[in-house]
Write a protein of this length. Structure first.
Lengths: 162, 419
């Protein structure tokens, strides 16, 4: 996983080409917008909760391959799961992408999502992979919209150099 | 490969010895990501030749002390070297006088200096500032801050699909409220070379001063501020083979003298009591505190280096690179060049069908090719072309035709992966 080239594996390229659960969701109970002002990635996640269970989920937006594939695989992973199960995946995915856990050595529930483990070696791309998960988290908690730069005031986000 | 090689052979043989130049830049021999470096991110920051590195080492090893202060020998040496750097910079851009060269931390601070020193004193409610769609955020945001503070208004000269400013549209923006024009000499996102001489002449004929953001021009072409007749000209050291943390605001002496100081502190005063402070003369009035002495002297050495190679020779070499790279990319299916102005500096922004620029950047990096991806701190340009971001290859004097070939091969690899 240390070779960043491994990030662009067939499974990620395939999900980028043919994203699953892509589009609008009728009768969504929760939704949120996510954007990354650094690169212009923008997506929305909508879901329909039945009790504690995610009965349906969809996403749409414009983004890089890493972000789109992450969103596609995320929707496939959490569909049918309960909210606590989804929260666990969100936490574990974030920990994997930021190098907090080593998926080869520690227990986790990520399954095929471990194809994103290589992103931890590409600091500038970590946010691309995590954005859909942040947005899902925001949707579940009904936060209106989320930005990768918006721990506080989005106006204070770094906007890069020349 | 054979096609590009024959294209190379067919070109007129240049006297420009790029291999000799490359030998001056130690970083170009490295393989930071495991592959030989192909450095095409010069519009963001250029690399430093050994001559400049050596000058920095010599200064720190044998000449360092604070300047304009003590009577001891080292301080006198440091002061003389710092002021010699100012002379070199003044000569390089053909300023009338050395005192018209203010050292700043870079282009951004230079523009902020003009905003605080000139704008806050002379621009008020109802006044208008003309900018262009092409501006870098550093030539937008300071003026927006001023406009907000004073109740002034920003007006924007548009570009056409090629990325060219129209003189006609620009001229229409002028009225009796116009107080300043701010324009990039060269667009960092598109490479367009703007018709600044005509733009300045039009503004000055109406008594409106013009500030030029020259960050992307000074490293790549001969700049003569007297010929341009601009009132302000701002640029950065680190884009012209010098150190970071140093830049220049050129200003006409009469204008600088009328301006208020930007930062208060030591060196910018003649006398201080708690009743009244008398400010120093220019340029010291604008250089409060201990400046980046080493960086200024390093920038002086960078100017020596560029002058020795020759700005016309550099411009010619980069024109060849741009022409060759444009030819190569233009014939690739699925590649769209963004910014096709008739007058361009060696900046090539492009988009690949179906591939986000960030994926392009990550994958090119795996082949050792450093390009910039993103909005290039020019979000209005991205909005104009309706793209979230672009990939940008930007060339410098040490880049080669073989590196253009490497870029083309790298783009092909990306396309293959995403096909």
């Amino acid at each position: 996983m240390s070779d960043p080239k491994s990030l662009y594996q067939e499974v990620i390229l395939d999900h980028n080409r043919k994203p699953r659960n892509y589009g609008a969701l009728t009768q969504a109970s929760h939704k949120a917008e996510g954007h990354n002002p650094l690169c212009g990635d923008h997506l929305s996640v909508a879901l329909k909760l039945e009790g504690e269970r995610i009965a349906a989920i969809a996403f749409q937006g414009e983004s890089c391959a890493i972000c789109k594939a992450s969103a596609s695989m995320m929707t496939a992973s959490v569909k049918g799961k309960t909210l606590p199960e989804a929260e666990t995946l969100i936490q574990e995915f974030r920990d994997m992408a930021t190098g907090q856990i080593d998926v080869d050595k520690q227990a986790h529930h990520l399954g095929r999502l471990t194809v994103f483990a290589g992103v931890r070696d590409l600091p500038t791309r970590v946010k691309c992979a995590i954005l859909p998960w942040h947005t899902l988290h925001a949707a579940v908690h009904s936060v209106a919209d989320i930005s990768t730069e918006s721990e506080n005031d989005p106006m204070h986000a770094p906007i890069g150099d020349a | 490969m054979s096609a590009s090689r024959s294209a190379l052979i067919a070109r007129p043989k240049s006297v420009f010895d790029v291999e000799r130049i490359r030998a001056d830049f130690p970083i170009l021999t490295l393989s930071p990501g495991g592959k030989p470096l192909v450095y095409l991110d010069n519009a963001a920051s250029s690399q430093m030749p050994q001559q400049v590195i050596d000058r920095l080492v010599r200064y720190q090893t044998t000449q360092h002390a604070n300047i304009h202060r003590a009577v001891h020998t080292l301080s006198e040496i440091a002061t003389a070297e710092y002021e010699e750097a100012r002379r070199k910079l003044a000569r390089f851009i053909n300023a009338r006088e050395e005192r018209e060269v203010i050292f700043t931390s870079g282009t951004t601070e230079a523009i902020n200096l003009a905003m605080h020193g000139y704008g806050r004193k002379f621009i008020g409610a109802g006044d208008e500032i003309i900018l262009t769609t092409l501006e870098h955020h550093s030539n937008i945001v300071p003026w927006q801050m001023l406009a907000e503070e004073k109740g002034a208004r920003i007006r924007v000269a548009p570009i056409n699909d090629a990325g060219e400013l129209s003189m006609g549209e620009y001229e229409k923006l002028f009225n009796e409220h116009t107080k300043l024009v701010g324009v990039a000499h060269v667009s960092n996102a598109l490479g367009s070379v703007n018709p600044i001489k005509q733009m300045i002449a039009f503004a000055r004929a109406r008594g409106v001063p013009a500030l030029v953001d020259g960050a992307q021009a000074v490293p790549h072409m001969k700049v003569d501020v007297q010929d341009l007749d601009c009132d302000f000209y701002a640029f950065s050291g680190h884009k012209m083979c010098g150190p970071t943390g140093i830049g220049v605001l050129y200003g006409k002496a009469a204008l600088l003298e009328r301006m208020q100081p930007f930062k208060g502190g030591g060196d910018m005063i003649l006398s201080v009591t708690f009743d009244k402070t008398t400010y120093n003369v220019i340029p010291q009035k604008f250089e409060a505190g201990t400046p980046p002495i080493a960086a200024a002297i390093g920038l002086g050495a960078a100017v020596d280096y560029l002058s020795t190679v020759g700005m016309d020779a550099i411009a010619g070499h980069e024109r060849d690179l741009l022409e060759y790279a444009t030819e190569q990319l233009a014939r690739m299916p699925g590649v769209r060049i963004i910014g096709t102005a008739a007058e361009k500096a060696a900046v090539l922004s492009f988009a690949l069908d179906g591939v986000h620029p960030h994926d392009v950047g990550t994958l090119l990096n795996q082949d050792g090719i450093a390009v910039r991806t993103g909005h290039h701190c020019a979000q209005p340009v991205m909005q104009r072309y309706k793209v979230p971001a672009t990939s940008r290859a930007s060339f410098a004097l040490y880049n080669t035709m073989a590196e253009v070939d490497a870029l083309v091969a790298g783009i092909r690899n990306v396309q293959k992966l995403f096909s």
